[in-house]
Design a protein around this ligand. Structure first.
Ligand code: OGA
Ligand code: MN
Length: 202
């Protein structure tokens, strides 16, 4: 099968190989600049609709201080990224038999001083998230702004990944990771490739 609908710059064999050996993969310069610009615009123009991610059903958690907006058909630019991830999921299903059936995603905005403490997106197979992806969509990022993703790979090695603009990080949802304190506004889309249709939003 050909994955013609993945951006041509993606090296799918490399992604599969990296996921297989270390449980995570990085793709840089993911999309054309014009798309990233449109996505930043769609994200920024909806910021007032973002909700504190640490508050769910009125319960406040201090593990994270970012704000999020779940992505649906009302956000057509972001939806294109979801479509790309659906194609990527087909490749993962073929290579790893993951049985991914859907993609669930939200924008995230970390303002200066915000973070997400150490966690797993799918601790002890508690939910149906198989693969986590994070795409960084701010226009630029400087080294001293912090906000790195710190991730433990499946061989227990730690990696510090700067949220470089137009970068996609792909990792197994059971891996331990955190978002270090960000000193500037940090915009991203987190998306999970899920094996079924449960309503878990943790
Ligand atoms: C998450 C997450 C990492 C990042 O949204 O669950 O861990 O780099 N995000 O934004
Ligand atoms: Mn996470």
């Amino acid at each position: 099968m050909q994955f013609t609908s993945l951006p041509t710059s993606w090296n799918i064999d490399q992604i599969l190989d990296d996921l297989n050996t270390s449980g995570f993969a990085l793709v840089d310069n993911v999309y054309p600049h014009e798309y990233v610009r449109d996505l930043v615009q769609e994200c920024s123009s909806n910021l007032e609709a973002f909700r504190a991610a640490g508050i769910q059903n009125g319960v406040v958690s201090h593990i994270r201080s970012d704000h999020i907006l779940w992505i649906d058909d009302q956000l057509p630019i972001a939806q294109q990224h979801i479509n790309t991830l659906e194609n990527l999921a087909q490749a993962f299903n073929q290579a790893f038999y993951l049985g991914i059936k859907e993609v669930e995603a939200h924008f995230a905005c970390y303002n200066a001083g915000e973070f997400y403490a150490l966690h797993r997106d799918n601790p002890q197979q508690k939910n149906d998230r198989m693969i986590s992806t994070v795409f960084y969509l701010h226009e630029s990022w400087q080294e001293d702004w912090g906000g790195q993703l710190r991730l433990q790979d499946k061989n227990d090695q730690w990696h510090i990944i700067p949220p470089v603009s137009n970068r996609l990080v792909i990792f197994q949802s059971d891996l331990l990771h955190e978002v270090l304190l960000s000193k500037q506004q940090r915009l991203s889309i987190t998306a999970w490739l899920r094996s079924s249709n449960s309503i878990w939003n943790g």
